[in-house]
Design a protein around this ligand. Structure first.
Ligand code: S3P
Length: 450
């Protein structure tokens, strides 16, 4: 099915009303996590910016990433699905003006990275998304892009829908005010086509897939650790060359079956080929400190990233203090960590997690509400969440409101596999944004989710 110029259509996510998870036997088996979402978005975008062919293996075929594939076709790249997870992108050495609005659905990473890439070109492009994405702050990328010379018009300050005009960008030295790999990546992608390039300074290191992948596409990029943070220097006017990309398993998705095994008595689950980038595995460190029986084997390098097979066995967990500086390396994993904490003995305090409030939902508020509805005691603060562990016996019985947030839905379904009473979640169709096949994969391990 070859398709260019807007022919890759991302379908909307259909939502069944709710799903219910209930306690059954132990979970057993070996699974492969879906492709990493961050790497998948970047592979498509860099493939479209490059000249020549990029062949991608293991692409995450979730709704978020399919929106980015459709967007890259709309910007003029040839985008073709060759088979399951196998995609071919033919880049034309730049993006051209799209004929229609770019709808990024639920994908914050998609829209922010695409706006960065598009800002480098003298053209107008208009972006929108679903209700969740339209409510999320875009100022964090618009501010640096504006300093570089891009302009925009939006309906409500810093919110989608918005129209961006790019081109003739100038050099920027930008210190990230919040730890955000999306903002860093947007500035670097714009910097590719800025006179003099770009320098991003991050006080706290965030996931570095853009830097690694830019190198893979032949770009020159320098990373310097200095007293005041990590400096990423990208010279401007660089040409990217298409390459081959193998997308590793997403640690943010692998976290669900792994934590399910930790909290469900008698379980042992292995996830094969999980990305072990040190800037993504704060959850493994935290679970290890909680006493989780985790082992990592067969560690190898694939396409410039470390991957390995991770096995989790049911464990008696202890509450811990999660250091605030660990937040960037596990920012998407706090919801499932809160579930592990619910089964632990003692308190688990998660601090420095204010960024969770501006994800697909306010994840601090929704985890606090969901855990409370399942009989747990929690303490919510503006930038922190503390869960008072049950010591292993959680009531459950909650009817959880997810606000269409995939990770809130999956976290509570995992909890329901080990609670006394079933747990139900609404809007479970949104799980397909990041983990298509989640329910089937969990059922294959022995989970009862219907
Ligand atoms: C992502 C960065 C993180 C993360 C998101 C994916 C990325 O967001 O939460 O799911 O691929 O760069 P922030 O950059 O807003 O922290």
């Amino acid at each position: 099915m070859p398709c260019g110029g807007g022919a890759v259509k991302a379908r909307g996510v259909k939502s069944p009303n709710h799903l219910i998870a209930r306690r059954a036997g132990p979970l057993k088996g070996v699974v492969r996590a879906p492709g990493d979402k961050s790497v998948s978005h970047r592979a498509l975008i860099l493939g479209a910016l490059a000249t020549g062919v990029t062949e991608i293996e293991g692409l995450l075929e979730g709704d978020d990433v399919k929106r980015t594939a459709a967007a890259m076709a709309a910007f003029g790249a040839g985008v073709e699905r060759l088979g399951e997870g196998r995609w071919r992108v033919e880049g034309r050495g730049g993006l051209s003006e799209p004929a229609d609005v770019i709808d990024c659905g639920n994908a914050g990473t998609g829209v922010r990275l695409i706006m960065g890439a598009a800002a480098g070109f003298d053209m107008v492009s208009t972006y929108t998304g679903d209700a969740s994405l339209r409510g999320r702050p875009m100022n964090r990328v618009l501010k640096p892009l504006g300093e570089m010379g891009a302009t925009w018009l939006c309906r409500a300050a810093g919110r989608l829908p918005l129209t961006l005009k790019g081109g003739n960008l100038k050099h920027i030295v930008y210190r990230l005010p919040e730890p955000s790999a999306q903002v860093k990546s947007a500035v670097l992608l714009a910097g590719l086509h800025a006179a003099g390039g770009a320098e991003v300074i991050e006080p706290e290191a965030t996931r570095d897939h853009t830097e690694r992948m830019l190198r893979g596409f032949g770009a020159e990029i320098e990373v310097r650790e200095a007293g005041a943070g990590r400096h990423i220097l990208l010279p401007g006017g660089q040409k990217l060359k298409g390459t081959a990309i193998h997308v590793p398993g997403d640690p943010s998705s692998a976290a669900f079956p792994l934590v399910a095994a930790l909290v469900t008595p008698g379980s042992e689950v292995t996830v094969l080929g999980m990305l072990l980038n040190p800037l993504r595995i704060g959850l493994l460190d935290t679970l290890g400190e909680m006493g989780a029986d985790l082992s990592v084997t067969n560690v190898r390098e694939e396409g410039g990233e470390l991957v390995g097979d991770v096995t989790a066995r049911h464990s008696a967990l202890e509450g811990v203090e999660v250091p605030a500086e660990r937040a960037p390396s596990m920012i998407d994993e706090y919801p499932i960590l809160a579930v592990a904490a619910a089964f632990a003995s003692g308190r688990t305090a998660m601090r420095g997690i204010g960024e969770m409030r501006v994800k697909e939902s306010d994840r601090i508020a929704l985890m606090a509400a969901g855990l409370t509805a399942c009989g747990l005691a929690v303490e919510e603060e503006p930038e922190a969440l503390t869960v008072v562990g049950s010591g292993g016996r959680v009531d459950g019985g909650g009817k959880v409101v997810t606000h269409g947030d995939h990770r809130i839905a999956m976290s509570h379904l995992i909890m329901g596999l080990a609670t006394e009473r079933p747990v139900s979640v609404d809007e479970p169709g949104m799980i397909a944004t990041s983990f298509p096949g989640f329910v089937e994969l969990m059922r294959g391990l022995g989970a009862e989710i219907e």
